[in-house]
Design a protein around this ligand. Structure first.
Ligand code: C5P
Length: 199
């Protein structure tokens, strides 16, 4: 039986870094579900209808190089508020969760909607200023100010929390991991300890 790790939380809290490290350490498959919404948003920005875009995603769509930009993040959070788009992406995510001996999925609604029975649920968060600072350093774009990145994150988080369809919130049985004061190693160790305890 596959073991599922659900990692949810707001943008730039460290979910991706923690998820990749955990998948590596335990030999689990990893799916960054944000990519599904980013790729859908990019196709919509190019003129396709949202439901059609979500229903026709290909591996090539997910491999596009321009999905990490702030614009792609905003486009993702707009299509992510649409219930029919979310519905179209459920089956792929649930099938993925059953792959291999275990799978790590990171996103916003993995513990609440996609995999409510996940063996481990983590809600990874950090203060918005810490998250903006990390994202700003990571983007390393001289045309972006730290404040602009902060505004962008706040707008996206607000949309993700306030939407009616699968809003961002911790599952009742999720363990909250606040990484504001943690470096990567400490955050990965804390997450790994939860998984070891549940294996
Ligand atoms: O995680 P990432 O920043 O790549 O996600 C981009 C956007 O996709 C989020 O702001 C959110 O609106 C949406 N998303 C979602 N549910 C997920 C993953 C991402 O609604 N499971």
């Amino acid at each position: 039986m596959a073991f599922t790790v659900a990692i949810d939380g707001p943008a730039a809290a460290g979910k991706g870094t923690i998820s990749r490290a955990i998948a590596n350490r335990f030999g689990f498959e990893y799916l960054d579900t944000g990519l599904l919404y980013r790729a859908t948003g990019a196709k919509v920005a190019a003129g396709m209808a949202p439901l059609e875009a979500a229903s026709s995603l290909t591996p090539e769509d997910l491999a596009r190089g321009d999905l990490r930009t702030a614009e792609a993040g905003q486009a993702a959070s707009r299509v992510a508020a649409m219930a029919d788009v979310r519905e179209a992406l459920v089956a792929f995510q649930r099938d993925f969760a059953r792959r291999g001996t275990g799978a790590v999925l990171d996103g916003r609604d993995i513990g609440t909607v996609i995999c409510p029975g996940a063996e481990v649920k983590l809600f990874v968060t950090a203060s918005d200023t810490v998250r903006a600072d990390r994202r700003w350093r990571e983007l390393a774009d001289p045309s972006l100010t730290r404040d602009a990145v902060l505004e962008d994150l706040r707008a996206r988080d607000r949309r993700d929390r306030e939407r009616a369809a699968a809003p961002l919130r911790p599952a009742q049985d999720a363990v909250v991991l606040d990484t504001s004061q943690m470096d990567i190693d400490a955050a990965v160790s804390a997450a790994a300890a939860r998984i070891t305890a549940a294996l």
